[in-house]
Design a protein around this ligand. Structure first.
Ligand code: EPU
Length: 419
């Protein structure tokens, strides 16, 4: 078993380069199934979810060639199967994009019901509603989901809730459908715009991504023969920005799109952190003990749920009592129990957590309960007095490229140890 061993406290200092966005990459890779040609994708994060997805594509008949650590060439001319390897797809959440992509390409998709981080119930009713509106017959049995249709036909689809996954999945399914599909009350996250840009580069006709109405004019085929670079990961950028504050440090975060970070920048300034930024670089530094704040997680452009645990670490050591209301996921406060083992004073009930700020945290053995919880615990370990051991690293490896090396370059004393 592997664990991370961190000796703190260390004020992090220096520069860090942000990788490509995980949540864009895990939609763009299955999107290549829609292309009857070859395409090259650059700036892919080298993480386990991406590698798993490439394996699935090979199983379906695509030829996947790594041209470097972060660049892959995918040839989807010979897709010969519409049944995804069910055991692999059950391992991670983003495998649901195979349903939209395979349905669009082959008229049939069979996928194991998606697993992933345990953040509470994760229904896919809005995805199914979208596929059915396009004319597909969807059945769920024995832990698998099957969607079938001879020829998908465009429709207008109103999303009952704002869902990142459902918005992207319906985009995937409708790119090759007959007519113009309209998604109303669509999610607006940067990775939705990135998926639309990727598909348009390959020959699709998608308009309005990034607003709450997306129009997809069906085209006959996507031909590929193009290169696309994945957008920088705003959650990774935010994790390092908050690490500067939690560790009493000074970090320059490079290769990010600061427009995507505005909700976080506003909160860092509100708690007393310092931020300066231009279009693609943000400098964050600590100069005095931070103070309390109240936060409600919301779909973009609200405060992102995927930065809630990392912000929670900052609030756990800020002066005063802060409240976080988590409006996206039911079980995203499990990390607070781990932080309490490190001396934090956090209580939660349902969707609300109360952080009574303490002066400092101390090292302890803790468990990464999900991906972002894992990142938050690394931040906590770097900021805490003494030695922290973090277990359950597979969660962290799913979504952060070279995380300990990036933290080490900023001065953290962090090692991966096999027990
Ligand atoms: N929901 C439904 N029905 C649906 C779909 C979603 O009720 O059919 C609910 C969910 O239960 C949740 C809310 O709608 O309460 C939002 O879910 P959404 O569909 O937007 O989430 P997702 O697509 O499953 C993606 C990211 C998550 C991120 C959320 C919210 C990927 C692979 N995952 O999940 O990322 O938290 O959007 O921004 O893109 C992470 O990276 O750590 C992570 C969990």
């Amino acid at each position: 078993m592997e664990k991370l061993v961190i000796s703190g406290p260390t004020p992090l200092k220096g520069e860090v380069e942000i990788s490509g966005a995980k949540n864009a990459a895990v939609a763009i890779i299955p999107a290549t199934l829609l292309i009857e040609g070859v395409c090259k994708i650059e700036n892919l994060p080298n993480i386990s979810d991406v590698k798993l997805y490439c394996e699935i594509l090979e199983h379906l008949g695509a030829k996947v060639t790594w041209l470097g650590k972060n660049t892959v060439e995918i040839d989807s001319r010979k897709i010969n199967c519409s049944t995804a390897p069910l055991e692999i797809t059950r391992k991670f959440r983003a495998s649901y994009y195979l349903i939209g992509a395979l349905l669009g390409r082959c008229g049939r998709a069979e996928v194991g019901l998606p697993g992933g981080c345990n953040l509470g119930p994760r229904p896919i009713d809005q995805h199914i509603k979208g596929f059915e509106a396009l004319g597909a017959k969807v059945t769920v049995s024995n832990g698998n989901i099957t969607a079938e249709c001879e020829k998908l036909k465009a429709n207008s689809i109103y999303m009952d809730i704002v869902s990142v996954g459902a918005t992207m999945n319906i985009m995937l399914a409708s790119v090759l459908a007959e007519g113009t599909t309209v998604i109303d009350n669509a999610a607006k996250e940067p990775h939705i715009v990135d998926l639309a840009n990727f598909l348009n580069t390959m020959g699709a006709d998608i308009r309005g991504a990034g607003t709450d109405v997306i129009k997809i004019n069906g085209v006959e085929k996507l031909t590929g023969n193009a290169t696309y670079s994945v957008v920088p990961d705003q959650i990774e950028a935010g994790t390092f920005m908050l690490s500067a504050i939690a560790s009493k440090g000074d970090i320059i975060v490079k290769n990010c799109i600061t427009k995507h970070l505005e909700p976080l920048i506003a909160k860092i300034i509100e708690i007393g952190g310092n931020v300066e930024y231009n279009e693609d670089t943000v400098h964050v530094w600590w100069s005095k003990r931070t103070t309390k704040a109240n936060i409600k997680t919301l779909p973009y452009p609200g405060f992102p749920t995927d930065l809630q645990p990392q912000m929670g670490v900052c609030l756990a050591i800020s002066n005063g009592t802060s409240i976080i209301n988590e409006s996206i996921w039911n079980s995203r406060f499990q990390y607070t129990e781990e932080l309490n083992k490190m001396g934090a004073n956090i209580s939660f009930s349902g969707q609300t957590a109360v952080f009574d700020g303490v002066e400092f945290l101390y090292g302890a053995p803790v468990y990464a309960t999900d991906l972002r919880a894992g990142a938050a615990l690394i931040m906590a370990g770097i900021s805490a007095n003494g030695t922290t051991e973090i277990y359950n690293l597979s969660h962290i490896d799913r979504g952060y490229e070279n995380i300990e090396e990036k933290f080490r370059k900023l001065g953290a004393k962090i090692e991966r140890v096999t027990e």
